[in-house]
Ligand binder design. Structure first.
Ligand SMILES: CC(C)(COP(=O)(O)OP(=O)(O)OC[C@H]1O[C@@H](n2cnc3c(N)ncnc32)[C@H](O)[C@@H]1OP(=O)(O)O)[C@@H](O)C(=O)NCCC(=O)NCCS
Length: 191
């Protein structure tokens, strides 16, 4: 992992209500905090649309114990009381045709929606992608995730495809899956 990325943290963000959160990479000792976030800070509806079963303690434990920031860069937002209130990840492959591309995922706590946290976390990961020298960042969003679509479009992501009924949640409901792409501006010092 590029030293310039790790040197950015902890990074303070002031939310629209004046409260502060700190962005930093996920650590090995975050298991309880991250599990608590998934269990108590987001809705059942949010969880149903995730790709992993985060209600399974071992899934969360496995993420924290097997960190590899070059493959998955997981960013958390911690409030002043120490609680995790947001989780966003940048997934990247070092080899193959998609090595210039990363996928992003973001989830913020129910109590802090609309305060600018999701935007701040995505912006931060876009800067990380820029430092990593990546050229595209993609997001897969389900048609029911309207806030995510709004947030990504405001940040400059473009919807490039929408596949009807591709996703099915745990209740068996189908959702369209839309692909968003952001083109990263290369850093001047990369040349
Ligand atoms: C998408 C998500 C991360 C946004 O987080 P957030 O902390 O509310 O983000 P922000 O406060 O920066 O809001 C960004 C934009 O989202 C939209 N938004 C936020 N809350 C919203 C709400 N309750 N209803 C509709 N749109 C909303 C707005 O367009 C907002 O922009 P604005 O502040 O300029 O009006 C959050 O809603 C979430 O975790 N959703 C569930 C998971 C998800 O959909 N992830 C995306 C898949 S990658």
């Amino acid at each position: 992992m590029d030293e310039r990325i790790l040197a950015r943290y902890p990074r303070e963000v002031v939310l629209k209500n004046g409260s502060k959160v700190f962005l930093r990479p996920l650590r090995e000792d975050d298991v309880e905090r991250l599990y608590d976030f998934f269990l108590n800070e987001v809705s059942e509806e949010d969880l149903m649309l995730l790709k992993d079963n985060v209600k399974d303690y071992y899934v969360v434990e496995n993420w924290c114990r097997n960190l590899d920031y070059d493959r998955v860069f997981p960013l958390v937002a911690q409030d002043e009381g120490g609680r995790i209130v947001g989780n966003a990840t940048l997934h990247h492959r070092e080899y193959g045709w998609s090595r210039q591309v990363a996928k992003i995922r973001v989830l913020t706590c129910l109590g802090c929606r609309g305060l600018g946290l999701g935007t701040a976390m995505v912006k931060e990961l876009l800067e990380v992608a820029q430092i990593m020298g990546l050229s595209k960042v993609m997001a897969e969003v389900l048609s029911s995730q309207k806030a995510a679509m709004d947030a990504l479009e405001k940040l400059g992501f473009q919807r490039v495809a929408c596949i009807p009924g591709l996703a099915r949640d745990y209740k068996g409901r189908e959702h369209d899956m839309c692909v968003y792409v952001y083109t990263v501006t290369p850093q001047w010092d990369a040349f």
